[in-house]
Design a protein around this ligand. Structure first.
Ligand SMILES: *Cc1c(COP(=O)(O)O)cnc(C)c1O
Length: 397
């Protein structure tokens, strides 16, 4: 009979295998606020791996809103929403998000991971179908697993395969069909083909759900995300407060009134998990006010992204094509990504190597992410560091 000692030995062996495969992720401690420049181990670094696209993570207006809300509304809620955890601020944020993003209403969660975990199970049953892009975020995959609907998958943005799955789901007798996709695929920076997806959904009587975590605040007029950028209506939209909107935490689902109302009755992470604290909610309201009007920041972000992409490509790095501020530098094996991250760290540039299981084996990369608040001079310094580190590790000649 296996005992606790065997179990701990099993965990240690698993860890040793992760280490032997070069897949161990190590956390470096930042001593200070998130930003275009950070402090790591007492030293300054240029930071190229935060989801802090508009540079709002340390913005004075957000900090002020959070502090004021703590004074007027307290620190914590100590309740889920339906017992005694709903303040005026929560409803204001839900309605503000919905108005901004063009939906009837929205519902808040502790994270977008929870929002995606909450969405599918209450809305769809065994007689329904979900068709999911193969590159969707882990939280969509997990959310679909929690739901009894039949599951179908199509290769990333393969519209012919999506249509085949729609036909298949109909032939299997599906009542409702929901297509689920990221708006921006987070490892690659590719945008979903929303107009084509919408047209296919309409042709086959399906609904469209988009997770716009890497687009809200960044893409489209007023930063309203991929549906606004690409001119496509979507039925359900999920997103995060943890990226461009100040980077703290929180997630939401926006959509038609009866769907949001039903989720409020049935979504398990909503019913059984604590309400967001007032400071976060108030700062998110301030963030939306800033972001909606921030065409200047979005223009700066696009300009810097173009400069950064061109510089890396001219240095000889292999990039994935695109225009999103996610700029992945493709390096092949995990060890190369780790060696590059380490060589860049020694040169004062903070990046993270991404490798299995976050991306497929053999497609390790450094995912750089542009930020409207990074100085042009720092971008030049970082390009010099990439060239030197690339030559040192053999990633470029
Ligand atoms: C970051 C991200 C999430 C998770 O959001 P959190 O609010 O951090 O839980 C979900 N989906 C996508 C596509 C993401 O990029």
């Amino acid at each position: 009979m296996a005992d606790t000692a065997d179990f701990l030995g099993h965990a240690a062996a698993e860890l040793a295998r992760i280490e032997a495969d070069g897949l161990t992720k190590r956390e470096r401690q930042i001593t200070g606020p998130q930003g275009g420049r950070i402090r790591v181990g007492g030293q300054g670094r240029i930071n190229l791996c935060a989801n802090n696209y508009l540079g709002l993570a340390d913005h004075p207006a957000l900090k002020r809103a959070a502090i004021e809300a703590m004074e007027t509304h307290g620190y914590g809620m100590a309740s889920v929403r339906f017992i005694c955890g709903t303040q005026d601020l929560h409803r204001r944020l839900e309605q503000r998000l919905a108005g901004w993003l063009g939906h009837d209403d929205s519902i808040l969660f502790a994270s977008c991971f929870d929002a995606n975990g909450a969405l599918f199970e209450p809305l769809l049953g065994p007689e329904d179908a979900i068709i999911s892009d193969a590159l969707n975020h882990a939280s969509i995959i997990d959310g679909i697993r929690l739901c009894k609907a039949r599951r179908y998958r199509y290769a990333n943005s393969d519209m012919a395969e999506l249509e085949a799955r729609l036909v298949e789901a109909r032939a299997d007798g599906a009542r409702f069909i929901l297509i689920a996709t990221d708006g921006v695929f987070s490892m690659d920076g590719y945008l979903a083909k929303l107009p084509e997806i919408r047209a296919l959904a309409d042709r086959h009587g399906a609904l469209v759900m988009v997770d716009d975590c890497h687009a809200t605040g960044i893409l489209g007029p007023k930063g309203a995300g991929t549906p606004a950028q690409l001119g496509a209506r979507v039925d359900l939209l999920t997103g995060t407060l943890g990226k461009a909107l100040g980077g703290a935490l929180g997630g939401y689902i926006a959509g038609p009134q009866p769907v949001i109302d039903l989720l409020r009755q049935r979504a398990r992470p909503y019913l059984f998990s604590n309400a967001l604290p007032p400071a976060i909610v108030a700062a998110a309201l301030a963030a939306i006010d800033l972001v909606e009007a921030a065409e200047d920041l979005r223009a700066a972000l696009a300009r810097k992204t173009g400069y950064w992409r061109t510089g890396l490509a001219e240095a000889g790095f292999e990039l994935l094509p695109g225009a999103h501020p996610i700029v992945p530098v493709m390096l092949g094996e995990a060890r190369m990504a780790q060696a590059m991250a380490e060589a860049l760290d020694r040169r004062g540039v903070h990046v993270a190597g991404f490798f299995f299981p976050v991306v497929p084996r053999g497609q390790a990369r450094i995912r750089t992410q542009m930020n409207a608040a990074i100085d042009m001079a720092d971008l030049d310094t970082a390009l010099d560091a990439f060239r030197a580190a690339g030559r040192e590790t053999g990633a470029i000649r």
